[in-house]
Design a protein around this ligand. Sequence first.
Ligand code: M6R
Length: 605
Amino acid sequence: MCGIIGFTGNIEAKKLLIDGLARLEYRGYDSAGIALQYKDQPFQIVKKAGKVETLRQFCEDLDSSSTCGIGHTRWATHGGVTDENAHPHLVGRVALIHNGIIENYHELIEKFNLEHMVKSETDTEVAAAVINHFYKGDPYYAIRQAMKHMIGSFAFCIMFQDVPDKIFAIRNVSPMVAAHFADGSIIASDLTAIIQYSQTYFIVPEYHIVTLTKDDIKVETLDGQMAKPESLTVSWNIEAAQKGGYEHYMMKEIMEQPEVIRGTVMPRIQDGLPSLLSDGVDDEILKDIHEIRVIACGTAMHAGMIFKSMVEPMMRIPVTVSIASEYRYDSPIIDAHTLVIAVSQSGETIDTLEALRLSKSYGAKTLSVVNVKGSTIARESDYVVYTHAGPEIAVASTKAYTVQIATLYVIGCRIGLVKGCISEEAARKFIGDLLDVIPAIQQVLDNREEIQNASICLLEAQDAFFIGRGIDYTLSLEGALKLKEISYIHAEAYAAGELKHGTIALITPGIPVIAIATQRKVFNKTISNIKEVSSRGAYVLLITEADLRVPEEICQQQLTIPEVDDLFSVFPAAVVLQLIAYYTSYGRGLDVDMPRNLAKSVTVE
Ligand code: M6R
């Protein structure tokens, strides 16, 4: 949710900032802008509604001699998508970029009489005006004073007109990482913008003032004590964050699934059994769990729902899955015997983070399943089990979803084992079945042309339904989310048996229904439900397993996935749904990786 970058050093800032913004663009792509410092001159600010490439064109004629500047790519919250609302904002001697929300910006305008200073509709410009209000030549004083008045989440990079070659930064909640390398110092919302220059970095601590100069980076507390944040090393390289020959990140990430599931699961198998010891989660912690709560948003929450569908019947441990943004206001009934699992690819989703904090305040044990190393959710959880999916850049989450399910399955199996809910033999079989999904997914990927052809039925659709029972229904929710997110087709997921209680009224001749029928124990019932829609003229695209016998004339098209145990069909079937969404979006000529109105990491409530 907004990408920010700052650089000061010995090399051209303009190119570095715009290249960095292109890498951060997945965080928000409504508008982009840069501010550059030039010796004894006012800041040069260029900002434009639209993508980073538009900004790049507008910056072509800009003098390249500047070696210090800040850049921003925006996901609009306060104020529409206009040039004026784009960052950086300049007020008096202060140029500033921001990720987050200043909640009390109206009060701040009144408190400091800032009406005449503020031209845009943004909370960010107010923040710049407040810092400018306190700026009398000492940046540290101005930042400290401003911090006393601002409420909200923020990551700021700030330049002062009369302080050459220095960038100041401060944050609360919203993430920032920084690194010093041979050519200077760099700070950004995430590693994708930094990794090209440095493999080592640090996470900017909250409420610390960071000063970047070309020679070093200084970090100090608000009362002036020097701090030394831990230096971390990136575990992936720049290639992992590039398209690797694919037209879109989404396709690349879909294709990576067999490899990343293997890379996540294998290190957690010992002697054929699941083990979380290398994650620091020992059995004593798991033994005394009475119930599990999963908190997450969007696709990550759908992964949690699959976990519930596996754990409850198999382990007989109660699992509740909550939408993080609702959970916070639900007064959840949890205690020290509850294991709260926060699932998040980015590890920065604010609703999940706040739900995690609430859970801790109730005394629950917290464990997170997170993809981004060192992210806030990971750091604030009692335990963290990292997924090793590598960077996920496409806004539509794909590899993160299947790898989250695989990780949750390992966790669930370990809990079941230590609590005596399943035998060692059953756990071994479970892990064997889990590893079998890797070739099953590969087979689906190898057949992707068939899925592309099947998706043609959706290209002109305005509405679509996804139906299934049990795990297939839970997976339908994700299939529908994926399709609507990137193809803009109104898509609904329904429990197949529930349609006839109202929603079947929406089934009209030709409407596409994607029916998922992989669960043996409810297979015949699902088939009956499919008949109910096909007899009303729906165009049925059926996803089922190769060995399941489907009655003739029940569907217009059929896609089969390899035969796997019922609990594991979700993996290959999820990949089919991802590919359907991808090819539909692509076939409709849409921006697959950066769908409208969205951003990758949702750091505002
Ligand atoms: O980073 P997180 O996993 O916490 O993100 C949660 C959701 O915002 C995310 O899964 C979102 O629903 C995806 N864009 C869906 O494809």
